[in-house]
Design a binder for this molecule. Structure first.
Ligand code: FNR
Length: 196
């Protein structure tokens, strides 16, 4: 069976460079044999995490995201960089998913031993590279294996003109390689039963 990957960009705005970039990462993973589910976080609005809200029951969209993650073997994320870190949207989404599911099982178990590939885009020269360090660390703490390959696309305004269109061949190939690396890791895992 082909690996199933859940993909999203960590930005809500229509003209987001990261929303334009995530299909490129998905394309690389699909070319390597994955099935990719590309979602928009706009379709899963969540309040900032609040234990009092949680005490009333997990929000419907947190439940939906937990269910989705449960059906996938890994994650593909394209993240903006805000003040040298990942946006609150990305952290908040991960935090809600990590909460106990109905029945009591920890949401963090949904992440365990899954494989992630991460990229970033920014109009600045560093392409959001610092956000990747923070996101990599956050994902590792949740138990995911984040492949070493990563790409930060700088000068995004000159390169990401449209959805799924990265007008920089070297960067495009590098982003494809991130997707392919995730698939490769998952295939080795499955073959060895290491993630059983
Ligand atoms: C930014 N931006 C930014 N860019 C960057 O390269 N390094 C940074 O530290 C920051 N910090 C930052 C903070 C906040 C609060 C905002 C709103 C923006 C600029 C950012 O890269 C730019 O807005 C991107 O276009 C955001 O990504 P999307 O929405 O295009 O995907």
């Amino acid at each position: 069976p082909s690996p199933r990957l859940l993909a999203f960009a960590g930005s809500l705005r229509a003209g987001s460079y990261n929303r334009r970039l995530i299909p490129v990462l998905a394309e690389g993973a699909r070319a390597a044999g994955a099935q990719v589910t590309l979602i928009e976080l706009r379709d899963y609005p969540l309040p900032i995490y609040d234990g009092d809200i949680e005490a009333e029951g997990l929000p419907e969209n947190a439940l939906r995201l937990q269910a989705l993650l449960g059906e996938h073997d890994g994650l593909l994320i394209s993240t903006p960089e805000y003040n040298g870190s990942m946006p609150a949207l990305v952290k908040n989404t991960l935090d809600w998913i990590s909460r106990p599911m109905p029945g009591g099982r920890s949401g963090t178990t949904l992440f365990a031993d899954k494989v992630a590939g991460i990229v970033s885009a920014s109009p600045g020269p560093l392409g959001g590279l610092r956000s990747l360090l923070v996101l990599r660390d956050a994902l590792a703490k949740l138990g995911l294996i984040v492949v070493p390959q990563q790409v930060a696309v700088g000068q995004a305004a000159d390169k990401l003109h449209d959805y799924g269109q990265l007008d920089d061949e070297r960067a495009r190939e590098a982003v494809h390689r991130v997707g392919a690396a995730v698939v490769r890791h998952l295939k080795v895992y499955t073959a060895t039963g290491a993630n059983a």
